[in-house]
Design a protein around this ligand. Structure first.
Ligand SMILES: C[S@@+](CC[C@H](N)C(=O)[O-])C[C@H]1O[C@@H](n2cnc3c(N)ncnc32)[C@H](O)[C@@H]1O
Length: 227
């Protein structure tokens, strides 16, 4: 239960919200039975139709992309992952009130979740929009794009699956491009195609994009296709 971003109105994640801390614990030295249980875990089972196409958004913020796109693709399951509790609760509350059964919001670290909980080859698209730039050198290790995270994204993507990136931040963009250039064996870079839900002149139409657009900032975007 939370009130912050709701400006006094209670935010209720309900069935939409999942807290990563409630997932089965990862033991240091798992028994055979525990390994079997962990290998059997599949986040698609959180949805009413687990067999459907599955997409992830890393850092969903207030959930605007998920709300806009999921109504246009009711046959796709979307999992947004957000580690800031207030944003997670706000986005989950919005999705719950909109009655969207094909969207879930996970509260936790997306890179940790992907590394430890997501089976190989099950994700059609990973969306990464306006990721935190972490400008200080000592914080660069917190950026989502790293050599090892690109390998994990490749592992969880289905054949020809895509990682879609948009940012306003020049230095983060340079960082992303340098990492992508070291990953040409696993990803082919293509131009970004706007999702159907993007408004006129928008790349995606997230909250941060709209805020930065008002400030007149330029944007960078690319799609990486899994080889
Ligand atoms: C700058 S905001 C952009 C939010 C949204 N994508 C948008 O464009 O409006 C970045 C968001 O990513 C979240 N975030 C950053 N790293 C994350 C991680 N490793 N796991 C989950 N959420 C993360 C932050 O808490 C923040 O809400």
């Amino acid at each position: 239960m939370s009130f912050g971003l709701g400006h006094g109105r209670e935010l209720v994640p309900g069935d939409v919200g999942i807290d990563m801390r409630t997932l089965p614990r990862l033991p240091d030295a798992p028994t055979v039975a525990e390994v079997r249980r962990l290998l059997a875990f599949d986040p698609r089972s959180w949805f009413a139709h687990p067999e459907r196409r599955f997409e992830l958004e890393i850092g969903s913020g207030k959930g605007t992309f998920l709300l806009q796109q999921s109504v246009l693709e009711p046959e796709t399951n979307f999992l947004g992952i957000e580690w800031a509790g207030e944003f997670w609760a706000y986005a989950a509350d919005r999705v719950r009130r909109a009655g969207l059964s094909n969207v879930k919001l996970l509260h936790g670290d997306a890179t940790e979740f992907i590394k430890t909980r997501v089976p190989d080859g099950i994700v059609s698209v990973i969306h990464l929009y306006f990721s935190d730039p972490w400008p200080k050198t000592r914080h660069h290790k917190r950026r989502v794009v790293q050599d090892h995270t690109l390998r994990e994204f490749h592992r969880i993507l289905a054949p020809s699956g895509e990682l879609r990136i948009v940012t306003d931040h020049d230095e983060l963009w340079q960082w992303d491009v340098e990492h992508v250039e070291r990953a040409t064996d696993i990803f082919e870079r293509r131009s970004f195609e706007r999702p159907a839900s993007a408004g006129d002149g928008e790349f995606v139409g997230t909250n941060f994009e709209r805020k930065f657009r008002r400030e007149g900032r330029p944007f960078h975007a690319m799609t990486l296709v899994r080889r």
